[in-house]
Design a protein. Structure first.
Length: 70
């Protein structure tokens, strides 16, 4: 398991927290985005089909991802 998978594995356990821990979860997501490239983190969470975590990462990342044109 590489470093990125470890971060996402541990963050998976925080993606569905009780309401009283929501502030801690958001702080953790902000910190992990500081440590790891937000695009890679977003893509990994999306590949895991963890949509609550993917949404948290998207909300707290600075980058706007362009939509692909088909």
């Amino acid at each position: 398991m590489d470093n990125m998978d470890k971060h996402v594995f541990y963050s998976h356990s925080i993606s569905k927290p009780p309401a009283k821990h929501q502030d801690s979860v958001e702080d953790a997501v902000k910190y992990i985005i500081f440590l790891v490239d937000a695009d890679t983190l977003f893509d990994t969470a999306l590949a895991m089909y963890d949509f609550p975590l993917t949404l948290l990462i998207a909300q707290h990342s600075q980058r706007v991802r362009p939509c692909p044109v088909y």
